[in-house]
Design a protein around this ligand. Structure first.
Ligand SMILES: [Zn+2]
Length: 372
């Protein structure tokens, strides 16, 4: 393939709004008549009333199945067999990232349509094609790419407003990286996860994602604290789910997400969400890149304002020692890692020094000292 060919991929239909779940049947009936709905007890529960009422209104039958909690081959095979046995033509995920990724893989296996109802806005998984499959021990087995993105992503902002605030903030951390990573990948000409160059559309959506967070991030968090749906919350939910999803997958990825692969081996930070780790690693990427003063100040202050990690201590890894931190860096810098999607040479020493400097800047910012 020629190096300059652009590829952009996106969900077939995106629906967002307060009470949107009560209209889901109108969108699903174009895709199929018999749905397998998977999620945890909470994820299924918070959409049940609106979903079942709307499915009934539009003549769609459904079978609810409690999802086992991990997106593993065993769980995907179990649910795929169930979908085939029940002749389901639509697989619906109602829940968070792991239920969502499982539904994508089950739908591909059962040759059914994929419908995603995110009940939290904690990552940009819903709109992307990618499904991260884990081993039973919790480590990553494979990045599976189904033939197409979800056919429908439906977000009810009332459901999101009632979800835990920490989830929305984590989603902002994941979305914070989107433009900075896409920008780095575009500058270097690295291919995006859709295996092409970025379109101007994806680049623009990634930038819009960043601007919305800067402008409305804290306001959205405050609304979420009172379970309120406001224009700021609507904007941030769209940034976390739609703009970040297209922005990373069709824009590009770089150091922040590569560093997360390294951090994954440190069990001290296993209690933190993907987006929380990415929030800190976005700062590390900026230091690594030597981004200018104003941008640096803006993003560090953003993390401080919304409550995303600023230091190693915020991720409980301040005492792991140089050796283990360097081992994590080495995992992030293995050959062909996406950390090399930058336009300048990356070394493990450079990455290690960027982490220490970010940690120091975070400490200074917290104590009211200048960081740039
Ligand atoms: Zn992410």
């Amino acid at each position: 393939m020629a190096g300059n060919v652009k590829v952009m991929i996106a969900p077939g239909r995106y629906v967002q709004g307060q009470g949107a779940i009560w209209e889901i049947g109108r969108h699903v009936k174009k895709l199929g008549k018999n749905a397998l709905v998977i999620g945890g007890p909470t994820g299924l529960g918070v959409t049940r009333a609106g979903r079942q009422s709307s499915f009934e209104e539009h003549g769609i039958s459904e079978h609810e199945e409690i999802f086992g909690g991990e997106c593993s081959y065993a769980e995907i095979e179990r649910l795929t067999a169930l979908a085939i046995e029940k002749q389901c033509d639509v697989i619906v995920a109602s829940g968070g990232g792991k239920a969502i990724d499982t539904a994508k893989a089950v739908a591909a296996g059962a040759r059914a349509a994929t419908v995603i109802i995110p009940t939290i806005a904690s990552s940009d998984a819903p709109c992307s094609a990618m499904s991260v499959i884990y081993k039973e021990d919790g480590t990553i087995e494979k990045f599976f790419i189904p033939p197409r993105n979800p056919d429908l992503v439906l977000v009810d902002t009332e459901v999101i407003a009632r979800s835990p605030v920490r989830m929305l903030v984590a989603g902002m951390g994941d979305a914070l990286a989107t433009w900075l990573e896409a920008d780095a990948a575009i500058r270097s000409g690295a291919r995006n996860p859709a295996r092409g160059q970025s379109t101007f559309a994806a680049e623009t959506l990634a930038r819009l994602c960043f601007d919305i967070l800067m402008e409305y991030g804290l306001q959205a968090k405050i609304a979420n604290q009172r379970q309120a749906v406001t224009p700021a919350l609507e904007r941030v939910v769209e940034a976390n789910i739609l703009l970040s999803g297209i922005g990373f997958e069709s824009g590009g990825v770089a150091a922040a997400h590569s560093l997360q692969d390294g951090l994954n081996m440190l069990e001290e930070c296993h209690g933190f969400y993907h987006g929380e780790k990415i929030g800190f690693l976005t700062l590390v990427q900026m230091v690594l890149e030597g981004r200018p003063k104003n941008l640096m100040q803006k993003v560090f202050e953003f993390n401080h304002r919304v409550g995303l990690p600023l230091t190693l201590a915020d991720l409980s890894i301040e005492n792991i020692g140089e050796k283990r931190l360097r081992e994590a860096v080495a995992v992030s810098c293995k050959p062909k890692a996406i950390i090399f999607n930058h336009a300048f040479p990356i070394t493990e020493d450079l990455v290690y020094d960027a982490i220490l400097t970010t940690d120091e800047m975070g400490k200074r910012l917290k104590s009211g000292q200048a960081i740039v």
